[in-house]
Design a protein around this ligand. Structure first.
Ligand code: MV4
Length: 514
């Protein structure tokens, strides 16, 4: 990228985030030779970002409202320490138009799009209007708020059931209701409005046709401040639960070069329609017939940006920084084609087999996988505390292979090397997922993970690798326990389960730490 003469280069940037994304941005800054400063809450005093940044400033107590969300205090801090810009990461203040505005007013560059673009994309009906005018296919439905139940009923009858009620201020599934038939509309309409009101302080809702069994495919875009917008290909993000993505990959197993071109062109038109600059993501639903529809735009760097980095060779944080310093997107960003295949799995401090309840605590042992095609983006280290106050994403494991098969092989290897002890994580889920035939074949849709979890198809401990060893180990374990508990009677029920569990534990013990 070439620099503009208008803006002065950054010397110091304040990272207004925590965890793995703060670490990612700090790394980008160091590569670019820019000094990094990071904010932290009292709960994150010993966090990895604090260790890695050049400067670190406590911004308040643990609750986000009193720390990472203190817009004014963060901007003031940036001014005090002489930071030229603020990088918001994702979450917290990243998609807050007022915060972006506040930065600009204070003469601190906001590393992200203009406040107006954030605001426009924050309104679902406004963005649908603008974007359909730009010849981007949007999900069939309305572009007006439905003020009465009667209006909603008339419009639903017109577009045909099933329909989806959505909050105009929404996103992320809040205030959203699926309605299969006219009899269910009244209840859903009331529920959607009250949930929207409670969540967004705005209870306006509109209607869309419901798209069945779609995939979630999104396009990464970059826009510079001189009118150039480029698209960097897609990420397949269908594997999610409750609007929380779990696995992402690029390219999508079903996107052909021709479809990619059309989706990329549509994403560029969507970004241009709102005067977008910096990094952004245009989300689409891709239906089983191969038709795609604009869903919403995320006006930030996303969690899953590394899969795009792995297949394009680009550094998106670096690109963001260059764009914010007035840089031009050069020809190296033109006609990007994915090279090989990347898969990311999100390592959450959550127990996937108990409703994904958060599992905070101390990471007692930690060993990252290494070797060809492996990347870990982490916010933790051995001995670190995982606080309860924030999103439980610990790290992301990203693998690259020449094709999807090799990426899956390497993911299996990486997961077999990875050890995280002391807290529960989503790691065992990925091991079973890699053995799932639908996943292996790339047969994904947005409901797949929930269906398989409910059906118990991704349950752990489905196979014992060395049956003979396991039986001997189990017998030993059983005898030990019988001796230990000799006063207590051996329970009859669940005996087989107990044996299997003991066998499993004993087998695993054999190949633990050196
Ligand atoms: C939809 C849809 C089907 N049809 N809209 C979920 C969150 C919000 N961003 C939009 N969402 C959806 N909108 C129509 N007309 C299905 C979803 C949806 C979804 C979308 C993307 C990724 C995961 C999802 C999980 C459930 C529902």
């Amino acid at each position: 990228m070439t620099r503009s003469a208008v803006k002065t280069p950054f010397q110091k940037v304040l990272v207004a985030n925590r965890g793995e994304i703060a670490v990612r941005v700090i790394r980008g800054l160091r590569d670019a030779g820019i000094r990094s400063a990071v904010i932290f809450s009292e709960a994150d005093r010993r966090g990895l970002p604090v260790l890695l940044a050049d400067e670190a400033y406590c911004i308040g107590p643990a609750p986000s409202r009193e720390s990472y969300l203190r817009a004014e205090a963060i901007v003031e801090l940036a001014q005090q320490i002489g930071a030229d810009a603020i990088h918001p990461g994702y979450g917290f203040l990243a998609e807050n138009a007022e915060f972006a505005d506040l930065c600009t007013q204070a003469g601190v560059e906001f590393v992200g799009p203009p406040a107006a673009a954030i605001a426009t994309m924050g309104s679902k009906i406004e963005s649908r209007r603008l974007i359909s005018q730009a010849q981007v296919p949007v999900v069939p439905g309305g572009t007006e708020a439905l003020d009465t139940l009667e209006e909603a009923a008339d419009f639903a009858a017109e577009i045909g059931y099933p329909v989806m009620l959505k909050a105009t201020a929404g996103g992320g599934g809040k205030g959203m209701r699926l309605v299969h038939e006219p009899d269910d509309l009244a209840g859903a309409y009331r529920a959607a409005r009250s949930e929207a009101g409670a969540s967004f302080g705005n209870d306006a809702v509109y209607l869309e046709k419901y798209i069945e069994q779609p995939r979630h495919v999104e396009i990464q875009i970059l826009g510079d401040e001189h009118g150039k917008v480029v698209a960097l290909g897609e990420r397949e993000c269908s594997l999610q639960r409750r609007h929380q993505k779990v696995v992402e990959e690029s390219p999508s197993p079903v996107v052909t070069p021709e479809l990619r071109q059309r989706m990329c062109d549509a994403a560029v038109r969507a970004a241009e329609a709102v005067g977008y600059t910096n990094a952004g993501t245009v989300e689409f639903l891709l239906d089983p017939a191969g038709e795609f529809f604009f869903l919403e735009m995320n006006t930030r760097l996303q969690v899953e940006h590394p899969v795009t980095e792995m297949v394009t060779g680009l550094d998106l944080v670096r690109a963001q920084l260059e764009i914010s310093q007035g840089g031009h997107l050069g020809s190296e960003f033109d006609d990007i084609q994915p090279q090989g295949h990347a898969i990311e799995v999100r390592l959450y401090a959550e127990d996937p087999y108990h409703g994904f309840v958060p599992s905070p605590g101390t990471i007692r042992r930690l060993r990252w996988p290494e070797g060809p095609g492996i990347r870990t983006d982490s916010g933790v280290y051995e001995g670190a505390e995982v606080p309860i106050h924030y999103d439980p994403l610990l790290a992301k494991l990203i693998v690259w292979g020449r094709d999807r098969e090799q990426a899956m092989e390497r993911l299996a290897r990486a997961l077999s090397e990875l050890r995280i002890e002391g807290i529960r994580t989503t790691v065992p889920l990925f091991k079973t997922l890699l053995e799932d035939e639908d996943f292996r074949q790339g047969r994904l849709d947005i409901g797949m993970l929930d269906r398989k979890m409910v059906a118990g198809e991704l349950a752990p401990d489905q196979k014992i690798e060395f049956p003979e060893l396991a039986i001997i180990a189990a017998a030993l374990e059983h005898l030990k326990r019988q001796v230990r508990n000799s006063a207590a009677p051996v329970r009859e029920g669940g005996k087989r389960d107990h044996w299997r569990r003991a066998a499993r534990q004993e087998t695993l013990r054999g190949n633990r730490w050196s």
